[in-house]
Write a protein that binds this ligand. Structure first.
Ligand SMILES: [Zn+2]
Length: 320
């Protein structure tokens, strides 16, 4: 941490989300270009709820595919800005029918299927450090965020594992089946990379994923007894139920399910009819706004929390 600066709570989100956080800030805000060994990062600094925050937009300069996101620069810049606690928001694909479109997923662990692992410790002068990844997301921060998100009317699924895939393509139906069998409830493009880097810097991290794509046909991959008797709900019925936050219609009998995986993934861009797509878009916009309200409320709460005794405190690489 840079000496002489008050502890700030870091918030990583979309550019629109960070812009709106700016709108909620009290008094003056300033955009600082923070230099890091991995490039310069624009960090928005200000006060919200009386507490200092440092906000970074995920796609900093230009849209980048997941494997080119400057996570190392982002977390380095936040650490340099005095952040010991960070909330990162993103979007996820649901693998669990309890996690519906528009729901927030706050994972407690990750599975990394990316095949690459960003690190601050590349050997050489930086040395090698084997970060402890037990409980990669901060329990205290996660509890706080879940409670706040619910108070702002969001449906939250807490606890569970998020699988991280390299992208930019979404996983196939067969890959989703494999990930679900491995215990993942949702799929992300960045959760594991972010958790690893935060841990290397000794930052407490909470991740919140908005479900924008969902696996509607659970039977496509899950073994065990099939759902009970009943009429197969149509895709439109399912999407309408998701959009309106209702329980989905009763699940269908196996015989009427049709080819496995045929209706596998649906969501924001997943082939919904125009009316359902509009309803989903409106719902996801509402969810984004509620999440931003929760994030703004999270800053003073996180700033006031007692020092975390659960997350290991990494010393960080040289030069930070
Ligand atoms: Zn912690």
């Amino acid at each position: 941490m840079v000496e002489g600066r008050a502890l700030a709570v870091g918030v990583i989100g979309s550019q629109a989300g960070i812009d709106r956080l700016k709108g909620r800030a009290e008094g003056k805000v300033r955009l600082e270009a923070v230099r890091t060994p991995y490039g310069s990062v624009d960090v928005l600094r200000g006060l919200v709820g009386g507490a200092p925050f440092a906000g970074v937009a995920k796609a900093i300069a230009a849209p980048a595919p997941p494997h080119r996101m400057p996570h190392r620069a982002t977390y380095w810049a936040l650490k340099k800005s005095g952040c010991a606690r960070v909330l990162t928001t993103s979007v996820v694909t649901s693998l669990d029918e309890r996690l519906r479109l528009g729901d927030l997923f706050v994972p407690h662990d990750f599975l990394d299927f990316t095949g690459w692992s960003p690190t601050y410790f590349e050997g050489g002068p930086e040395g090698v450090h084997n970060a402890e990844m037990d409980a990669p997301f901060c329990r205290g921060l996660s509890r706080e965020l879940v409670s706040l998100a619910r108070s702002f009317g969001l449906r939250v699924l807490e606890e569970g594992t998020v699988a991280t895939v390299p992208g930019p393509q979404h996983p196939s139906a067969a890959e989703c089946a494999r990930l679900a069998q491995a215990g993942a409830r949702a799929v992300s493009f960045s959760a594991a990379a972010e958790a690893k880097l935060a841990r290397e810097l000794g930052i407490c991290l909470v991740a919140a994923g908005v479900t924008v794509r969902g696996a509607l046909d659970e039977k496509a991959w899950r073994p065990g007894p099939e759902a009970g008797e009943g009429k197969e709900p149509s895709q439109a019925e399912l999407l309408r139920a998701f959009a309106e936050g209702r329980e989905p219609p009763p699940r269908a009998e196996a015989a009427s399910a049709g080819p496995r995986g045929r209706r596998h993934m649906q969501g924001e861009k997943g082939g919904a009819r125009p009316r359902e797509a509009e309803a989903l878009k409106a719902k996801l916009k509402d969810v984004d706004l509620r999440l931003e309200e929760a994030a703004a409320a999270f800053v003073p709460q996180a700033a006031a929390m007692a020092p975390c005794r659960n997350c290991p405190k990494g010393e960080g690489p040289h030069g930070l």
